[in-house]
Design a protein around this ligand. Structure first.
Ligand code: BDR
Ligand code: CA
Length: 331
C-alpha cells in the first residue's frame, strides 16, 4: 500500500480500547498522516488518556505531538470513567508497559488545534472520537475555526439506533452535551459517525489475535490485550457478539469514513443535542426540514450535519483487517 498521505489529521481522543484500535488504523493507513493527538477525559481521566496516547505512539516509534485537553465538562459534574468497559487504565489493565520517555506537547489540546488550523488553513481534518470539550474550547479561542479546518468527523451520537448510556444517548455526547451542541451548530463541514453505523460493524477477537500473531510486536500485543478486556464487556451484553467474541468498531469507523466514504449512506440535516433532562445527550436530527416548527432552536439557515445511517460492514471490517496486517510497524 504505497500511497502519498491525502489526509492530514488531528485525532481528538480519550484512549480507550476502541480509540487505540482507531489510532493504530490511522498509523497503518497510507492515506492518513497524523499530525497530532489531542486528548480529553472520557473513557479515562485526561491524564490517563494522554499517558495512553504517548505510550501507544511511543511503542510504534512514531513522533507525533500529544496534548493534554479538558479534564471535565464545563456545565455539569463529570460521569465516572467506565472502567468496567475499558479497564482502569483505559487499555484493559495492561500488566506492564515498555519504558518510554516521550513527553507531552506543552500546549492545551484546544490551543494545539487552533495553532495547527491557523498554520495550515483548509488542510487539516479533525477526527474526534471522545467527548467534544476540546473542540468547543477551540471554537471559542478561534471563531474562524470552521473555515480553517478542512472537515470534522465525529464518532458519537445516534439517530435511530438505541443509545448506549440511555435509550437515546451515546456516551461521547452524553459526557459533554453542551460542547456537542456547540460543535453541531458551528457551521463546519461535519460528519457524524454514530451508533447507527458503529453497531453494524463488529471486529472479532480472533481477527485482532491474528494481527498480533502476524506482527509479534509490543504495539499489537498491547492492542490484543486491550481488545480481550473490551470484548468481555460486549460478549456479556449482546447475544450476537457472544456467538463470535469481539466488539463494535466505534472509533475506527470514523477513520474508515475518512478514507472510504463510499462505504456509507448519508443523510443530512440540522442537528441539536439535548443538554438536560431525561433525554440528556440525545442527538436530534431534523429529518422534516419542510416543517416550520414552532419550538425555538429549529430555525431556517442553521448549520447542517451529514449523518452516517448505513455502512457496508463487510468491506469496513476487511479494510480494518488488511490495513492492520500491512507492514506499518516495520517502517
Ligand atoms: C464511544 O464511547 C467510548 O466509550 C468509545 O471509545 C467510543 O468513542 C462509543 O459510544
Ligand atoms: Ca473514544
Amino acid at each position: 500500500m504505497s500511497q502519498v498521505p491525502q489526509h492530514k489529521v488531528i485525532f481528538d481522543t480519550d484512549p480507550g480500547v476502541d480509540d487505540a484500535m482507531a489510532l493504530y488504523f490511522a498509523l497503518a493507513h497510507p492515506a492518513i498522516e497524523l499530525v497530532g493527538i489531542t486528548t480529553t477525559f472520557g473513557n479515562v481521566t485526561v491524564e490517563q488518556a494522554a499517558s495512553n496516547a504517548l505510550y501507544l505512539t511511543a511503542i510504534t516509534e512514531r513522533e507525533i505531538p500529544v496534548t493534554l485537553g479538558v479534564a471535565a465538562p464545563r456545565h455539569m459534574p463529570p460521569h465516572a470513567p467506565p472502567d468496567f468497559i475499558h479497564g482502569g487504565d483505559g487499555l484493559g489493565n495492561l500488566a506492564s508497559r515498555v519504558p518510554t520517555s516521550k513527553q507531552l506537547d506543552p500546549r492545551s489540546s484546544a490551543q494545539f488545534i487552533v495553532d495547527m488550523a491557523r498554520a495550515q488553513p483548509g488542510e487539516i481534518t479533525l477526527v474526534a472520537v471522545g467527548p467534544l470539550g476540546n473542540l468547543a474550547l477551540a471554537l471559542e479561542l478561534e471563531p474562524r475555526l470552521p473555515q480553517l479546518l478542512r472537515e470534522v468527523i465525529v464518532m458519537g451520537g445516534t439517530i435511530t439506533e438505541p443509545g448506549n448510556v440511555s435509550p437515546v444517548a451515546e456516551a461521547n455526547i452524553w459526557n459533554e452535551p453542551h460542547a456537542a451542541d456547540q460543535v453541531f451548530t458551528a457551521g463546519w463541514k461535519l460528519t457524524m459517525v454514530g451508533l447507527d453505523v458503529t453497531h453494524q460493524v463488529r471486529v472479532t477477537l480472533s481477527m485482532v489475535a491474528r494481527i498480533a500473531q502476524h506482527h509479534q510486536h509490543a504495539a499489537t500485543d498491547a492492542l490484543l490485550h486491550a481488545v480481550e478486556f473490551y470484548a468481555r464487556f460486549y460478549t456479556g451484553l449482546y447475544a450476537h457478539i457472544a456467538q463470535e467474541p469481539g466488539c463494535f468498531a466505534h472509533d475506527v469507523l470514523a477513520f474508515i469514513y475518512l478514507v472510504q466514504p463510499e462505504l456509507f449512506v448519508l443523510e443530512s440535516g440540522v442537528m441539536r443535542v439535548a443538554t438536560d433532562g431525561l433525554a440528556v445527550g440525545q442527538t436530534m436530527l431534523n429529518r422534516r426540514d419542510f416543517i416550520a416548527y414552532p419550538q425555538a432552536g429549529w430555525g431556517q439557515g442553521q448549520a447542517v450535519t451529514q449523518v452516517c445511517m448505513q455502512v457496508d460492514a463487510a468491506k469496513s471490517v476487511q479494510l480494518f483487517n488488511d490495513t492492520l496486517l500491512s507492514d506499518w510497524l516495520a517502517a
